[in-house]
Ligand binder design. Structure first.
Ligand SMILES: CC(C)(COP(=O)(O)OP(=O)(O)OC[C@H]1O[C@@H](n2cnc3c(N)ncnc32)[C@H](O)[C@@H]1OP(=O)(O)O)[C@@H](O)C(=O)NCCC(=O)NCCS
Length: 381
């Protein structure tokens, strides 16, 4: 049996490989800096709205008032989903919400009048429709599986408030709305992460936006990407009391297990988005008379201090789970929450890929046997 000769230098996991140029986001992992189309994430989290960030990512510049109003109206008008897609959701309701979301977005393509049109204009119109429809799918699925009546979208509410309204059947207060609005802003875009990369790979073949978003949703599902917030909150609930943190975390580290919500492929210092979720988790916890979860999280931060010396710091998901939990969002909707927020980033990157397309097709180095003799099945013994 012969084997291929020399092993070329591999870029496993494509670590450190620069795929292309982008104008959507800038990340400095050493300095903990994140910009969307040139604007600092701290300014956007403090002063902007998700709708404004959608405009920024789709068009590359901040909107004037009339432009923002027009986009906002288009989003509000596009929220409902066809009855047939609701039927699909009913059929697959027992599946994980990310599987349901992936299936429903795929089904939406069959009803979108421009599904196959990959022109820039049609792709932007589809992006607006999809950004508006994804929260409706997530909320509709949760109500169907809970045996509750569907709550139709309310055009008087913002993107964030309307999502909470469709999920819980009651209008959220300002604090709750703002927490989710900021969460969506913080998740809106993040360079060549695995799901955006998957969307780009799909778009690079000439496939349409729905196909690219289905790829992205499938990729976001994994625990190393979108699943961390869910895992963090599961860990916090299992710990139960701040006094139990030290023993629990020391044991996890001794067993070589990863602390979810920490570490990042790009950030070697604290993820700049974490600070805003930390603040929301603290204030919401206090307002709702449940400060315990935040205290547990802060004690985990203290106990894991040695990880920081190895460049493993807090990421955006560390405090996000507590915010969702306090807002009564079920654990298995944490990744769909991420998907709702990431929609504009995925769409912006698909548009960018389409504008200057090249088929994304890396190579693999074969290490298996070569030139084996084919033996007929009846002679294989
Ligand atoms: C996000 C993540 C996959 C990035 O990892 P990466 O760049 O591929 O780095 P690696 O997986 O190669 O990890 C490098 C080292 O740091 C350690 N490490 C990374 N994240 C860690 C964590 N959260 N807790 C403990 N150790 C961690 C690894 O065990 C590895 O140690 P080793 O060199 O001794 O084997 C990783 O940090 C992780 O699994 N984090 C937890 C999941 C999470 O929060 N994901 C959300 C990201 S926004």
């Amino acid at each position: 049996m012969s084997f291929p000769a020399s092993t070329p230098e591999l870029a496993r996991g494509l670590k450190g490989v620069i795929l292309d140029t982008t104008e959507t986001s800038f990340i400095d992992g050493e300095a903990g800096k994140l910009l969307y189309c040139g604007y600092n994430i701290h300014d956007l989290a403090e002063h902007s709205t998700f709708e404004e960030v959608v405009y920024l990512l789709l068009y590359g510049h901040l909107p004037r008032l009339a432009e923002l109003r027009e986009l906002d109206m288009a989003l509000r008008r596009s929220r409902s989903i066809p009855k047939e897609v609701v039927d699909v959701i009913r059929l697959v309701q027992a599946a994980h919400p990310m599987d349901v979301l992936r299936t429903a977005v795929s089904a939406l393509a069959a009803f979108d009048p421009e599904a196959k049109d990959t022109s820039e204009e049609a792709t932007i119109r589809k992006a607006i429709r999809l950004i508006a429809q994804v929260p409706t799918i997530v909320a509709a699925h949760h109500r169907i599986r809970s045996g509750l009546e569907l709550v139709p979208p309310n055009p008087d509410l913002s993107h964030a408030a309307n999502f909470l309204y469709m999920l819980h059947g009651r209008e959220p207060n300002h604090e709750e709305t703002r927490a989710i609005d900021v969460d969506f802003i913080l998740h809106a875009e993040h360079g060549s992460n695995a799901s955006a990369f998957a969307a780009r790979v799909t778009a690079s073949t000439g496939a349409d936006l729905h196909a690219a978003i289905v790829s992205a949703i499938g990729t976001l599902k994994g625990p190393l990407h979108g699943g961390a917030a869910e895992a963090v909150m599961r860990m916090v609930l299992e710990i139960g009391e701040p006094e139990r943190v030290d023993e629990y975390i020391h044991q996890m580290l001794a067993e070589g297990r990863r602390i979810m919500g920490m570490g990042h492929r790009v950030y070697k210092v604290e993820d700049p988005r974490a600070r805003h979720m930390r603040e929301r988790a603290r204030t919401l916890g206090e307002k709702m008379g449940q400060p315990k979860w935040y205290r547990i999280l802060e004690r985990i931060v203290e106990v894991t201090a040695p990880l920081r010396d190895r460049g493993i710091s807090l990421n955006v998901d560390f405090f996000a789970g507590a915010v969702y939990y306090l807002l009564d969002i079920p654990e298995d909707l944490f990744i769909p929450m991420f998907a709702i927020g990431r929609m504009p980033g995925w769409c912006a990157q698909v548009l960018e890929q389409m504008r200057n397309n090249v088929l994304i097709r890396p190579l693999l180095h074969y290490v298996g046997p070569m030139d084996l003799e084919y033996v007929p099945i009846e002679a294989r013994g």
